[in-house]
Design a protein around this ligand. Sequence first.
Ligand code: SF4
Length: 331
Amino acid sequence: MDILKTENLKSYYILEMGETKKEVKAVNDVTINIHEDEIYGIAGESGCGKSTFLKTICKLVEPPLRMIGGTIYYQIDGKYVEITEIKEEDFRKLRWKYISYIPQGSMNALNPIIRIRESFKDFFTAHQKIENEERDFEEPLKKHLSALGLPVRVLKSYPHQLSGGMRQRTTIALATILKPRIIVADEPTTALDVVAQRAVIQLLKDIQKLQKNTIILVTHDMAVHANITDRIGIMYAGMFVEEARTDDIFENPLHPYTKFLIASLPKMGDKTYKPSVPGVPPSLSNLPPGCPFHPRCPYVMDICKKEIPQLVELNTEHKSACFLNSKERVE
Ligand code: SF4
């Protein structure tokens, strides 16, 4: 069953400068389904709308960002609930308990002037009743940290006394202590060295295995996707242009953009030239007509310059938005 789904979701940055109004189409007509108990990765170049998509599905939309259209459903106890219709005060009850959001640069999420234990306590008391400190707070906290392989001694530290990797793992532990059904993580390994990255990825894997929840993970790092995700959605210019099981994306990419992404990855011992995607991404405030990838695509056809290809299922669980793949348009 799906835990979250969107239909024709559109989120734009509306920039008004005097008389002029600019629309930056960061999320442009996105319909996707995220399953229960999976790690769903979202990949794509910087500025393709990945982070804005995450903010929109978490209802973290603040001006100049606006949700222009479409719907977002969470599955709560077997029923789909349209979350844009939930009042903010009611939605607050879902945050962290049902869906938690680990933002980019989340290492700064910890209060720098209090010890980690106090940050956990502030967070805990805001969402749970503590009648007996030992039973309701200390015990579950220590249990949670040791289940995630984090030393209990971090609780006595101030954030600046921890390494970047340990701080990030602590932040993730904080965001998951209430066992949310969905964890949304935006570039959680950025700015970490390779060893710390591996520890954070392993931590996310462990959490998912323990809590059997769903992780939606944004990263531009395809190696991280290969390591941790079950399925991947590829975003380009605010749209999902391909979606498949992770193995399929790496072994049999269908969309020309994804093919470039995969072909440009370095391989052990292979020193041959790796082609990167030609040209530059389009401006989201001035998208080309038709397929947004057409100015960069080596396979461009006439139809690509006029019509927007839809994301359609071609093989089991493998979708692509390209006229080259949809036989009926080419024949
Ligand atoms: Fe290239 Fe056309 Fe496919 Fe777009 S629809 S990716 S331009 S072949």
